[in-house]
Ligand binder design. Sequence first.
Ligand SMILES: Nc1ncnc2c1ncn2[C@@H]1O[C@H](COP(=O)(O)OP(=O)(O)OP(=O)(O)O)[C@@H](O)[C@H]1O
Ligand SMILES: [Mg+2]
Length: 275
Amino acid sequence: MEGENICYKYDDGGSFALQDVALRIKEGEFVAILGGNGSGKSTMVKHLNALLRLQYGELRVAQINVRNEEEIWRLRRLCGMVFQNPDHQFVSAVVEEDIAFGLENYEVPRDEIPARVRSALAMVEMDGGYEKRALHTLSGGQKQRIALAGVLALEPEIIIFDEATAMLDPGGRQEVVTIMHKLHRAGKTIIAITHYVEEAVAADQIILLHRGRILACGRPRAILTDRDLMRAAELIPPLPVRLYYDLQQAGVHLNRCPLTEEELVEAVCQLRSKI
Ligand SMILES: Nc1ncnc2c1ncn2[C@@H]1O[C@H](COP(=O)(O)OP(=O)(O)OP(=O)(O)O)[C@@H](O)[C@H]1O
Ligand SMILES: [Mg+2]
């Protein structure tokens, strides 16, 4: 997907929510979008499936020009979106009915629907007897997986997660992150907005937004270990990066800045072997 000069102003908003944003995301890429509150992350991704219509600039998603009115339904099916609060995404009270409703909406032939519901539930590991459960009886993590199954049933190529892990406990968050990576390995393009910088470590690309502008984009190591850049984006680097700089200040120099806990342990062990 490719975008140039994207600017966006809400009707009642004073300043631009997006300013001169350019995007380049390859098919099959895992992209993490980071930025403080109000930096424009949600506004940006809502353009990708035309939830917000482009005001200025150009944007093509899966070869579709998002300005093309006739392609909007195809675009929305190709580019699914999972939000922070699963309760806002449900339209029925029962798991399988909710997923089937989305398929009916997109005019999937009736005889294909039960199999599509089953396979979507299997992808999120909710196929073992949850089909007839009332949604209000599920935990937050389970609900988020059902919301994701509703998106997956439409067989999208691109899946956007807008803080989809924000309401979950560490276990539930890990489950959703694991599914994101499974989908990525299966060839889907994943775009994940998150306030947990650790979730961005394994991305192919990080896009850093600040006050409606792209501050930087690049590999996680380049972005997350750059203390000045992170500070400029009003973000806190992952713990191993912070420790690296804290140790440096205390006169302990690791041979490189670690990004993960494993790398931190490795760097500390190397240090010890030199003593
Ligand atoms: N519906 C709206 N009407 C007016 N202004 C809006 C609307 N939605 C967002 N904004 C404004 O646009 C800017 C970008 O908001 P956006 O929701 O894209 O930020 P975000 O990076 O997703 O933030 P968060 O991390 O809090 O979700 C903010 O200044 C916000 O106040
Ligand atoms: Mg947001």
